[in-house]
Structures are given as C-alpha cells and as structure tokens.
Ligand binder design. Structure first.
Ligand SMILES: Cc1cc2nc3c(=O)[nH]c(=O)nc-3n(C[C@H](O)[C@H](O)[C@H](O)COP(=O)(O)OP(=O)(O)OC[C@H]3O[C@@H](n4cnc5c(N)ncnc54)[C@H](O)[C@@H]3O)c2cc1C
Length: 387
C-alpha cells in the first residue's frame, strides 16, 4: 500500500485516540469497563475494516498497518488498543482462507464497521501454549460439527459479534500445531461466560473465560480445511498477534516517555529556581530512554514490513520485536516513574496505569520467554514447536 494511505489511516487513528479514547481511558481503567465509545468510534470511522482485503470493502492493511494503528491507540489506552488489535487479528485469520460465503457473512460486515470479531485461542489447560488447543470439534453430521471445551482470557469477551476459536483438528491424529479454527457467532447455544475481568492492568479488556458446551458449528464456519491449519499458527495467527501487541506496548512506552519529558520540563524547585530537566544526570537518563524506544520502534516497523513482504527472516524479526517491546515498555514505564518521582506515584496518575498495562506485555502469549526460545530454535534450524 502507498505510504500516504498508511499515514492517512494512522492519522485518523491518532485523531480518535487523542479525543474519544483519551477521554474514556481513565474511567475504563477505574471501572474496568469495556471501551465501548472508543471501539464504536473506530468502527464508525471505517477502521474496523483495517485488515479486510480491499476487494471486500476494507482498507487492505497488513502487519505494518496493524502495528501502527495499535501504537496510536496504545498511547492513550492499552485496553482499547488490544480490543481493537484482537479484532484485527481475528479478521486476518478469517481473511486468510475465507470462502465466498464467509466473505459475505463476516468480512463484508467487518469492512462496513458493523461487526466486531475477536480471537479465542488460550485455554486454561494449555496456558501460554496457545497452539495446543484441547477444545474438541466432533463431526455430528455431514453438515455440522459440535464444539466442546473452554477458552480463557477472551479479549472483547461478550461484546464481540463472533469468535475465531481454535480446536483440535476434527480429523483426529493431530500433531502439535495441527489445529482447526472455526467461527462461532455471539449468542450461539452452549456458550457460557465466566465472571467479569478484573485485571491488574488492561482493565477494559473484558478478557473473560468462555465455556463451550456442545456448541453447534455449521461446516461452513470452518476456516480453511480440516486440520490443515499448522500454517495458521506461524503464518497468520502469530505474526498478526505479535504486531497487535508490539504496536500496543510501543504506544505505552511512548506515552511514558512523553509524560516524563513533559514533567522534567515543568518541574521546578523553589530553593534553587532550577528545573529538574536542567540536571545532567536526568538529561542523560532521558536520552538513553529515548534511544531505547526509538531502536525498538525501528525494529517493530522493520519486522512488520518484512512480514508483509514475506522476507526470509520475517518470523525471527517479528518474534524478537514483540519480546524487545515488552522489555522496553516495562523499562520505560519503570524509569519514567523514577524520573517523575512521588508526584507520578500518587494515586490515579496516568503513569501508574501505563506501568500496570506494560506488565501484560510479558505474560501475553507468545510470552517473552517463548519468543526468545523460538527465535533461538529458528536460528539453529530446529523445529519451533517441540513442547
Ligand atoms: C490482558 C490479557 C489479554 C489476553 N487476551 C487474549 C486473547 O484475546 N485471546 C487469547 O487467546 N488469549 C489472550 N490472553 C491469554 C495470554 O495470551 C496467555 O495465554 C495467558 O496470559 C497465559 O497465562 P497462564 O497463567 O495460563 O500462563 P502459563 O502457561 O501458566 O505460563 C506462566 C509463565 O510460564 C512461562 N512458560 C510456560 N511454559 C514455558 C516454556 N515451555 N518455556 C519457557 N517459559 C514457559 C510463560 O512464559 C509464563 O511467563 C490474554 C492475557 C492477558 C493477560
């Protein structure tokens, strides 16, 4: 896509972030409510179709566009960024092998901003090993499957219109990574929601537990072919997941640095008349943090561009980018807290929220440990999934 078009989309996201998202963010965190106004503003502006191919009425973006939009949103509210990001990842998974019927029922309404989807991969039993689903998809008739199991941390929880759900391949004999993905519409019989999400951070996510009791799934809602989805894990799910998260936490890190910079320029002392930002040690620390953020941002953008272009080292770059962002976001929010002192530490400062949000970057799968492990295996030419 032409860079001007990407910048236009990012500009639109920034505008909504600076107005609607910024205004809602504090209440979303305090009350742990799903960011309804922000998500609706994004869909109304046409950004819901970010990952829908142009021929189906969308904006036809890829990994770079997803990372950039999530970064713009993450600066104001990481919950909004991840809720939007998981919609984008779910859309990319649907689009990867959509049948004409799935295009009509899912991609076209998503492109029009009338449909919110999300990704339900994680399970209580397999934790961070999202590529090892235990949910069972059984064939009950030539036209229909039945789905049983449990999902956990389903972002957008009960607010989505549909769920992209991973299961053990229906054909049986599945090896690790051989999963199927199916679409389940909201309100399908047999869905039971767990209690409300009360996270340490990311408090607007509505990342809830979802039990699936004999949920009927028409054959037409299988994404791709039965059990041929090994490639979904590393070709579609993981790259998009990584860039949605990398963009979000890059936004969090950038917001922390901006707050610290503003504070250092304004905080003055009555005993000396000097500004805090005039102290060489503080200037030195700020300079180091800026470089940390900028080199991480460059890695994320390059990884996304390589991913979109199908570059040879794209997977290592994408995996390392999310791991580096997690380190960067935790470091910058922590260091910003030290630079800004007790004024930032006190109750309800924006930085305390950013610090809590940043911690999620390490525990959202693929986690930093898994990503480093997989990158090492990729460099050694070893299979990534051996757990
Ligand atoms: C805010 C938030 C939003 C989320 N949104 C979604 C979503 O929309 N969709 C979705 O499907 N999931 C989502 N998740 C789930 C997330 O991706 C993880 O699956 C979940 O956080 C795992 O938690 P756990 O306690 O089960 O981890 P565990 O599996 O118990 O792991 C605990 C720790 O052990 C480490 N570990 C485990 N095995 C290994 C190993 N073999 N090698 C090295 N280290 C290992 C992990 O890296 C982790 O740090 C979300 C989670 C959070 C916190």
């Amino acid at each position: 896509m032409h860079p001007e078009t990407i910048e236009k989309i990012v500009g639109q996201a920034r505008e909504i972030a600076a107005t609607v998202v910024a205004a809602e963010a504090e209440a979303v965190d305090r009350e742990a409510h799903w960011p309804e106004k922000s998500i609706h503003a994004l869909l109304a502006a046409g950004l819901g179709g970010l990952m829908v191919p142009r021929e189906h009425g969308g904006l036809g973006q890829g990994l770079f566009g997803l990372a950039r939009v999530c970064e713009a949103l993450g600066k104001e509210c990481a919950s909004t960024a991840i809720c939007f990001g998981m919609h984008g990842v779910g859309t990319a998974v649907i689009a990867a092998k959509a049948t004409p019927d799935q295009v009509e029922r899912y991609l076209v309404p998503i492109g029009r901003g009338e449909h919110l989807t999300t990704l339900a991969l994680s399970e209580p039993g397999s934790g961070v090993h999202f590529y090892l689903p235990q949910c069972q998809l059984r064939t009950v008739s030539p036209e229909r499957f039945q789905l049983d199991g449990a999902k956990t941390f389903v972002t957008n929880g009960s607010h989505a219109d549909s769920y992209v759900i991973s299961t053990v391949a229906a054909s049986g004999d599945a090896t690790p990574g051989q999963m199927s993905c199916v679409m389940v519409p909201a309100g399908a019989p047999g869905i039971e929601w767990g209690g409300p999400w009360q996270g340490f951070g990311m408090r607007g996510n509505d990342s809830r537990q979802m039990a699936l009791h004999a949920v009927p799934v028409p054959r037409g809602d299988l994404l791709g072919q039965e059990g041929d989805q090994t490639w979904y894990v590393f070709e579609v799910v993981t790259p998009n997941f990584l860039m949605a998260m990398a963009g979000t936490y890059l936004g969090v890190a950038g917001a922390a640095l901006a707050l610290a910079t503003e504070h250092l320029s304004k905080r003055g002392y009555s005993h000396s008349g000097a500004l805090l930002g005039q102290q060489p040690v503080v200037q030195h620390r700020l300079g180091s943090l800026w470089a940390e953020l900028e080199k991480t941002r460059r890695l994320v953008y390059y990884a996304a561009e390589q991913g979109d272009a199908g570059g040879e080292e794209a997977l290592q770059l994408l995996m390392s980018a999310k791991a580096e962002v997690a380190d960067c976001a935790v470091k910058l929010t922590n260091e910003a807290m030290t630079l800004m002192g007790g004024i930032a530490y006190r109750e309800n400062s924006k930085l305390t929220r950013l610090l809590r949000e940043a911690r999620a970057a390490h525990v959202m799968s693929p986690t930093t440990d898994l990503l480093r492990l997989w990158t090492g295996r990729a460099l050694l030419g070893q299979p990534l999934l051996v757990d």
